[in-house]
Write a protein that binds this ligand. Structure first.
Ligand code: ADP
Ligand code: MG
Length: 510
């Protein structure tokens, strides 16, 4: 081999080993970056872990907080609000009833026709309308005049000539999903507006009276027979169909629960007399807090940046408003720690850009190459051309966040069952002597409403599975979760039926 040839060969060899060294270096660095993001996921998994032991601690904490909230006003983060509803619909109600649902930017008018047969709903009609934005910050008179006009139009459209004679003295259930201090089953004062509403002259006023006056101004013959929270409507619909329904939970944009409590357990209102000995209590459980809740740095940041910091801690881990944003925060952290998502997308820093239905679409993407995940990452978050293994990582993040949410909601439900002695453990301070004998288990139905539970199959499966896991094989067959589609509306109409004029409101404060 000539000198030139030797020189060339050496040169090529050096160059090749240089390239190889760069490639090895790149591989090492990309492996290191991959390890970094995997560590982010592992940490998340670890902090979000919801072993059955931990869930049982949450169950106990929920039951303890319920006791505290019932013992004294302000005794717990759980408000445990009295609803003055002591009798739930039984299925024997008959006639035509109305409901109005106001809880956000849309409102609904509902009409149900109940049949003679037990628990039959012959017909239901619903009309949905957005509230014009300017009315959300106007005066109470303007807002309620608009609502009453829409109600009147609906009534006139739905009641055909034949029916008019039958529908005398119409009764209305009003589902008003804002914090209210209830004064009776059909009246209560607004504590504060939320969800974008701000009509200062309404605060402290009787919500039903405002609506009733607007209805009269429109010349409509209709009485506000019940003022209820959406969870209470759901419980009412559940009870109408099945009298073993004593708990209702809403898991949609927000989350809340109510249940039927013994009147004598409501210590903060000792003078309460009811005919049935029971009273529905609106827990406002979104504000539940316990040191046993598995909280991550993402939850802390989300809470700190929210307009209601330190409030609604349970809701912020569970409900549809927040789950997508927790996932966004994790992906942002991963993207900052490594370039596996490419350059950090500015969209990743936009709060609430990843909405929960999109998150569930990624989580439930069954395509072999996770096409939907890739599409959402690129269309919504501006992260393009993500390799398959990174898409899988994103699915894992969704899974951890949703699984934790669903399992915590399950623990909350079992907490309520424990409080009312339906979890098979005998309750924590039932005060009754059981004489050491085993208690006969009663069948219990939990009514559930809300888009997160009904539209997100994996969330629903995780929740159902965790309820069974916490209760154990012996007890879980006695507990059933049942979806109550539009319980907040139909249930309010049913409560109007069971509290209609001829029936006497027997709750009184001594
Ligand atoms: P609201 O709670 O506002 O009264 P819904 O009960 O219909 O209304 O719940 C709507 C919420 O449910 C949405 O804000 C969203 O968080 C969640 N949701 C709806 N559809 C889905 C879905 N396919 N996957 C996951 N979450 C969903
Ligand atoms: Mg709702």
């Amino acid at each position: 081999m000539g000198k030139l040839a030797v020189g060339l060969a050496v040169g090529v060899a050096v160059a090749t080993s240089g390239i190889a060294a760069v490639m090895v270096g790149k591989r090492v660095s990309s492996r290191r970056k991959w390890r970094k993001v995997v560590r982010v996921l592992e940490e998340l998994e670890q902090v979000c872990s919801t072993s059955v032991e931990r869930l049982r601690q949450v169950v106990d904490a929920m039951a303890v907080e319920m006791h505290a909230g019932l013992a004294s006003e302000g005794g717990s983060k759980l408000k445990m609000l009295l609803t003055f509803i002591h009798n739930l619909p039984t299925g024997d109600e008959q006639g035509t009833y109305y409901a109005l649902v106001l809880g956000g930017t849309n409102f609904r008018v509902v009409r149900v026709r109940l049949g003679e047969e037990k628990s039959s709903i012959l017909k239901r009609d619903v009309d949905r309308k957005p509230i014009p934005e300017h009315l959300m910050t106007s005066t109470s008179e303007e807002l309620f005049d608009f609502i009453a006009s829409s109600l009147k139009e609906f009534v006139e459209r739905e009641e055909n000539v034949v029916e008019v004679s039958q529908v005398k003295g119409r009764e209305l259930g009003f589902t008003f999903s804002f914090p209210v201090k209830q004064l009776s089953v059909s009246s209560g004062t607004l504590i504060k507006w939320t969800k974008g509403f701000s009509i200062p002259d309404m605060v402290g006023k009787d919500v039903s009276a405002c609506l009733q006056q607007a209805i009269s101004r429109r010349g409509l013959d209709m009485r506000v027979a019940a003022l209820v929270n959406d969870t209470v409507g759901t419980l009412a619909l559940g009870h109408y169909h099945d009298e073993d329904t004593v708990v209702a939970v809403i898991i949609g944009t927000g989350t809340n629960a109510c249940y039927l409590e013994r009147a004598d357990a409501i210590i903060k209102c000792q003078g309460l007399l009811t005919t049935s000995g029971g009273m529905v209590v609106n827990m406002e459980w979104g504000n539940f807090w316990s040191s046993h809740l598995p909280r991550t740095s993402y939850d802390i940041d989300l809470d700190g940046e929210s307009p209601n910091s330190n409030d609604q801690g349970f809701e912020k881990m569970i409900s549809g408003m927040y789950l997508g944003d927790i996932v966004r925060r994790v992906i942002l952290r991963m993207s900052l720690e490594s370039d596996i998502f490419g350059p950090v997308s500015s969209k990743l820093s936009e709060p609430f850009i990843l909405r929960t239905p999109l998150m569930s679409a990624m989580h439930e993407d069954n395509s072999p190459d996770l096409r939907e995940v890739a599409n959402i990452l690129s269309d919504v978050l501006g992260i393009c051309e993500v390799p398959l293994k990174v898409r899988k990582l994103v699915v894992n993040v969704c899974d951890v966040v949703t699984r934790r949410a669903a399992r915590l909601a399950a623990a909350g439900i079992v907490g309520i069952l424990k409080k009312i002695g339906r979890d098979g453990s005998g309750g924590i301070t039932s005060g009754r002597s059981r004489g050491g004998t085993s208690i006969k288990m009663r069948r219990t139905v939990v009514a559930v409403e809300g888009g997160l539970y009904t539209s997100y199959a994996l969330f629903r499966e995780y929740l159902n599975e965790a309820v069974a896991e916490i209760l154990g094989d012996d007890i879980s067959p006695y507990v059933t979760l049942k979806v109550m589609e539009d319980g907040s509306g139909i249930g309010a109409a049913l409560l109007a039926a069971s509290h209609s004029a001829p029936s006497v409101d027997t709750v009184q404060l001594l």
